[in-house]
Ligand binder design. Structure first.
Ligand code: GDP
Length: 537
């Protein structure tokens, strides 16, 4: 990392995440990108971690892996004059809430599609999140070395289901056993496929689609290729950088991650087309949160600002500190700097922030917009918190999602209710789980995935010495409430008090017993807002 003027440093940055349905090939692609980027030397490094992580959903195992997963949450490497920040989105479905939040910290995303399966459930959800901010998306259609679906079908499915235009950049020649490579539509050349897990310097290139060499090499496939390319050139969307940057169009690449094929093109597209760190909207008020006035913060502005998008408990059980993952949005980080914790309205010293390389965490020396730093803290930083060099700003758009699973807590030892309260409050603030307080002081837990409950039970035991039992709760879904006026709020609470709870930040939430119950209540109270997501801060 060099130390040039902020604007130059920002321009060199690319910060992105990879999204996919489990098993489509995200881990494989991550690893190959690191390999091509020179961040790791050996294939298998990321893989080994993942299989260990997946071996069991037992929390102790997850715990053991935590040291690794902390450092692999963000990977920074330098490649071709650029500094690249790759943010890992937890693959396990149970941690999808975390995944959504990570996506608020990126400027672009790579979407991996399994060519045999097409668009899958998790892909749809993740893309909806990218949509919230019009994040530009590069598509990698993976596993072309297998028997897969017709490429035109896949593109049509992406366009129809994900509502995004496709601009094929490469086009596959054959598939499965007869996968021969891809034709690069913009460069008019064929890149030949050769299976193999080791990184090769360059795929063999054949220039020109009319090249007679193609007829000799692939007599059975070349006819179809030429026909398809003609069709694409006539009927599909030509690549438009503007539409890509606006999130309306995705450039599509075909390849096989495991065989290192097509990976280099993805890396190149990230450098050439993906945007550098973008300006961000922040609310401005005296308190800095829930602001009506907003302003656009430019990445090259001198004052340092940014926000916390993820919190991870540290691996060292002796110290209950946590690492807050913080995206820098403007200015420059330097060790020992003083910043303002806007929500708490007080000053904080930032020292010993971490940055994360592929295999290790190291002290950050210099960070600008787009970089992610890890800040040790003891709970004073929550998800969505903004730090600045004095200005009262609150970054927007870091979402909480309505939980899909609910659980009531019961203590084995009733004398420990204070600790339970404290533990749940803190774990709720950290974002490990959502906590709702119901009338009468009952604590209700909400999660997006079952594993979150296991994690919380174990952490309550280890970190707060509380043995809590989780019981199923008769709740179907939750909706954050907004009221047009005070009178409506009071009337609603008078009638629905039993069903209204408060989240960790004190916001009112409707706890519905069934979909029907929710619909009936919404119909009865048309002026009340029922929201499936809520922004932090
Ligand atoms: P993730 O769950 O999205 O992270 O997926 P992984 O990267 O772990 O891949 C899931 C499975 O697909 C693994 O068994 C990989 O070896 C396999 N896989 C990944 N890429 C390819 C590919 O290009 N071709 C084939 N045949 N298998 C692949």
């Amino acid at each position: 990392m060099s130390n040039g003027p902020i604007a130059d440093e920002v321009k060199r940055r690319r910060t992105f995440g990879i999204i996919s349905h489990p098993d489509a090939g995200k881990t494989t692609l991550t690893e190959k990108l690191l390999l091509f980027g020179g961040a790791i030397q050996l294939a298998g490094t990321v893989k080994a971690r993942k299989s260990a992580r997946h071996a069991t959903s037992d929390w102790m195992e997850v715990e053991k892996q935590r040291g690794i997963s902390v450092s692999s949450s963000v990977m920074q490497f330098d490649y071709a004059g650029h500094t690249i920040n790759l943010l890992d989105t937890p693959g396990h479905q149970d941690f999808s809430e975390d995944t959504y939040r990570v996506l608020t910290a990126v400027d672009a995303a790579v979407m991996v599609i399994d060519a045999a399966k097409g668009v899958e459930a998790q892909t749809i959800k993740l893309l909806e999140v990218c949509r919230l901010r019009n994040t530009p998306i590069i598509t990698f259609v993976n596993k072309m070395d297998r028997e897969v679906r017709e490429s035109f079908d896949l593109l049509q499915e992406i366009e129809e289901v994900l509502k995004i235009d496709c601009a094929p950049i490469t086009w596959p020649i054959g598939m499965g056993k007869t996968f021969r490579g891809v034709y690069h539509l913009l460069e008019d050349r064929v890149l030949r496929f050769a299976p193999g897990e080791e990184k090769r310097s360059e795929a063999e290139v054949i220039k020109g689609i009319a090249n007679a060499q193609l007829d000799e090499l692939f007599p059975l496939e070349v006819g179809k290729l030429r026909e398809e390319v003609e069709l694409i050139q006539g009927a599909s969307h030509p690549f438009s950088l503007g539409d890509f940057l606006a999130g309306k169009q995705t450039p599509v690449f075909f390849g096989s991650g495991i065989n290192n094929f097509g990976v280099q093109e993805i890396l190149q597209a990230l450098l050439d087309w993906a945007p550098p760190p973008q300006p961000r909207v922040a609310g401005v008020t005296a308190a800095g949160v829930n602001a009506a006035d907003t302003r656009l913060v430019m990445p090259a502005e001198a004052p340092f600002t940014g926000f916390v998008f993820k919190i991870q408990a540290n691996m060292d059980p002796k110290h209950r500190d946590r690492i807050a993952f913080f995206r820098i949005c403007s200015g420059r980080y330097s060790s020992g700097m003083k910043v303002k914790h806007v929500r708490m309205g007080r000053e904080m010293k930032l020292a010993n922030a971490l940055t994360f390389m592929a295999n290790e965490r190291v002290l950050m020396e210099d960070g600008v917009a787009g970089d992610i730093i890890g800040i040790h803290n003891h709970g004073q930083l929550h998800i969505g918190d903004t730090l600045t060099e004095g200005e009262n700003l609150g970054y927007k758009g870091i979402p909480y999602f309505s939980p899909e699973l609910f659980s009531a807590t019961r203590l084995r030892d009733p004398l420990k209710s204070k600790q339970l309260q404290k533990g749940l409050q803190e774990l709720g603030e950290e974002g490990a789980i959502q906590v709702f307080e119901q009338e009468g002081g009952n604590m209700l837990l909400g999660a997006v995935g079952q594993l979150q409950f296991e994690v919380v039970a174990q952490r309550l035991k280890d970190e707060y010495k509380v043995d809590a039992v989780f019981e199923s709760a008769d709740i179907h879904t939750a909706r954050w409430l907004t009221f047009p006026d005070e009178v409506t709020r009071r009337n609603f609470e008078r009638e629905q008090g039993m069903r209204v709870g408060k989240d960790v930040d004190g916001n009112p939430v409707y706890l519905a017993t069934s979909r029907y119950n929710l619909e009936v209540t919404m119909e009865k109270w048309p002026k009340v807002g029922f929201h499936a997501t809520r922004e932090h801060g």
